[in-house]
Design a protein around this ligand. Structure first.
Ligand code: CP
Length: 314
């Protein structure tokens, strides 16, 4: 019997089982093979229409979803808040209901409000995929990150992963913690006290404020940018960007001084010279572009599996 996801929507990694994640990975393996063929397209979703609703800026996630949908032969409509009637005061639910009246089966949404994807899933009849909701979750990023670790190191189980930077304002960090732990990795977070949520140890992660100690501990370092757009403008989280870089930026000298070769990741967008220097981002230890490549296969797998579940429920 064909395996199915345990969920109707992808709202967050928290809702997925380990088996769901493994199913997404094995489906992504098949789609990765398709993406390496001369004709990178399959007819699987010819009966499905997907709306990509982006209320926040995006380069990678938006392009990756659109490409994934087109590689599966789905019909695709794109919506950008900056050029829509949201600017004229239309609510989220009215916007989405209008799009659904055009017979859309699936909605991929990025929004600044945590919980907005859950809200949508409770009010409309379409499969919802969270492409990042405020500081809450960014599930497909975590899936592609873990998939890239599995590809590079053979498995995620037993690996030590440190997430460095602005953990407090990062949906990528939260989704990564859930995903990596479900797959059996050990997770550490590293950054200044002001950028690490209080009580995060309760999630089962190790907290380390010293970057060198964190890097010596890990197999993989996932370097995050400072999420300026989500920080409270009235709060100073560190004395200056220069001081942050001196303490938490990863440069080649530091990378080469470690007692083992670690894998370097970054979800993007990169602020070169702040959290990571160009020579590290472009080094052979970096898998940043593999993450982007794997994002298409992972998103194809997520969309395909959610569509399969929706078809069998009808
Ligand atoms: N990693 C990520 O979400 O990048 P974008 O904001 O460009 O989509």
């Amino acid at each position: 019997m064909e395996k199915k996801l345990s969920v109707d929507h992808l709202l967050g990694i928290k809702d997925l089982t380990k088996e769901d994640i493994e199913l997404i990975f094995s489906q992504a393996d098949e789609f990765k093979e398709v993406l390496n063929r001369p004709i990178k397209k399959v007819p699987s979703l010819r009966d499905i229409t997907v709306a990509n609703l982006f209320f926040e800026n995006s380069t990678r996630t938006r392009l990756s979803f659109e490409l994934a949908e087109k590689r599966l032969s789905a019909d695709v409509v794109n919506f950008s808040a900056s050029t829509s009637s949201v600017k004229k005061g239309e609510t989220l639910i009215d916007t989405v209901n209008n799009i659904l009246a055009m017979k859309v089966d699936m909605v991929v949404m990025r929004h600044s409000a945590p919980g907005s994807c859950l809200f949508l899933s409770q009010h409309i009849d379409a499969a919802i995929v969270n492409a990042g909701d405020g500081t809450h979750e960014h599930p497909t990023q975590a899936l592609l990150d873990a998939y890239s670790i599995r590809e590079k190191l053979g498995s995620v189980k037993g690996k030590k992963v440190v997430i460095v930077g602005d953990i407090t304002h990062s949906r990528v960090a939260i989704s990564n913690i859930y995903c990596l732990q479900k797959l059996g990795a050990q997770v550490m977070v590293c950054g200044p006290t002001t950028l690490i949520p209080r009580h995060i140890e309760k999630m089962g992660v190790i907290v380390e404020h010293n970057l060198i100690k964190a890097l010596e501990w890990c197999d993989v370092a996932n370097m995050l940018r400072i999420q300026l757009e989500r920080q409270d403008v009235n709060v100073s989280y560190f004395p200056s960007l220069r001081e942050y870089t001196m303490q938490y930026g990863l440069d080649k000298k530091t990378l080469d001084s470690l007692s083992k070769k670690i894998v370097v990741m970054h979800p993007g967008p990169i602020n070169r010279g702040v959290e990571i220097t160009s020579d590290v981002a472009d080094s052979e230890q970096s898998i940043i572009l593999d993450q982007v490549e794997n994002g298409v296969a992972i998103r194809m797998a997520v969309i395909y599996l959610l569509a399969q579940r929706r078809r069998t429920a009808e």
